[in-house]
Design a protein around this ligand. Structure first.
Ligand code: DX5
Ligand code: ZN
Length: 215
C-alpha cells in the first residue's frame, strides 16, 4: 500500500497544531517537514526548534526534508528535535557516504533527495546505504508548483535498480503530487507520496488523502 506524507509547508501556520490533528485523523503515514535555508533554495522556513514543537503535537513519524547547504552540521539537532527520517539534498553533499553514516549513527532512517535535473546514476553508488530516495518532482523551494513529467522515467529507473539489486530503499516523490499525478508516479514505482497543496488546500483532507492512496 502506498504511503502518504502531507507536507506541512502548505498548512495554515497560524493553526499548526489544529492542522496536524486534522491530517492525523486521516490515517496518514508520515508528516513531511520542509526545512529551507535561503541558500540552497530561494526560501526560508523553520529549524529544529519548530520541528521539536511539532513533535510534541503528534505521534506521527516526522519525515524531515533538509534543503540546506552543509547539512552535516545540523544532523544532530534535527535528530534531537525528533526526526524519524532525515533526508539531505544530494546537491549539498560533498561526501555523501559520510553524511549518510552520520545520520544512521543516530539510528534513524537516512534519505537523500535528487533535484529534477540530477540524473539517477549519480546516487547509484550510495543507494544501498539509503532507507529513502526522495525524487523531487519540482525544483525545491515552494509548495504549489507544477509536477515535472520527465521525472517519471527516473522513478522507473530507480525502481528497476532497487529491484535488480534487491534493496530495501523506498522511493518518495515530492512536488506537485495530486490524485491524478499519484496514479502515474505509483505506476512508475513510488512508495511514498508527499503532498502539500493537494491536501491542505482541499476542503476535505481525509477525502483527498484517501484519493491519493487509492488513485
Ligand atoms: C518543495 C517541498 C515540498 C512541497 C510540496 O520544495 O519539498 O515538500 O511542500 O508541496 P506541493 O505538494 O504543494 O507541491
Ligand atoms: Zn519536501
Amino acid at each position: 500500500m502506498i504511503k502518504v506524507a502531507p507536507s506541512l509547508l502548505s498548512a495554515d501556520f497560524k493553526n499548526i497544531e489544529r492542522e496536524i490533528k486534522r491530517v492525523e485523523r486521516c490515517k496518514v503515514d508520515l508528516l513531511h517537514l520542509d526545512v529551507m535555508d535561503g541558500h540552497f533554495v530561494p526560501n526560508i522556513t523553520f529549524g529544529p526548534m519548530i520541528v521539536e514543537a511539532i513533535n510534541r503535537c503528534t505521534q506521527l513519524p516526522l519525515d524531515v526534508h533538509l534543503m540546506v547547504e552543509a547539512p552535516d552540521s545540523f544532523v544532530e539537532s534535527f535528530v534531537k528535535s525528533g526526526a524519524d527520517w532525515l533526508t539531505v539534498s544530494y546537491e549539498t553533499c560533498r561526501h555523501l557516504h559520510r553524511t549518510i553514516n552520520l545520520i544512521k549513527s543516530f539510528k534513524i532512517n537516512a534519505g537523500c533527495a535528487l533535484n529534477p535535473a540530477t540524473p539517477f546514476c549519480l546516487i547509484e553508488p550510495a543507494l544501498e546505504e539509503l532507507d529513502l530516495l526522495l525524487l523531487m518532482t519540482v525544483n525545491p523551494g515552494f509548495g504549489g508548483q507544477k509536477f515535472i513529467p520527465s521525472v517519471l522515467s527516473k522513478i522507473e529507473e530507480a525502481k528497476r535498480f532497487i529491484q535488480r539489486h534487491k534493496l530495501k530503499t523506498k522511493i518518495e516523490v515530492d512536488g506537485g503530487i495530486n490524485p491524478q499525478i499519484a496514479k502515474l508516479v505509483k505506476k512508475a514505482g513510488a512508495n511514498i507520496l508527499v503532498a502539500g497543496d493537494a491536501v491542505f488546500k482541499s476542503k476535505n483532507y481525509c477525502r483527498t488523502i484517501k484519493a491519493l492512496k487509492e488513485s
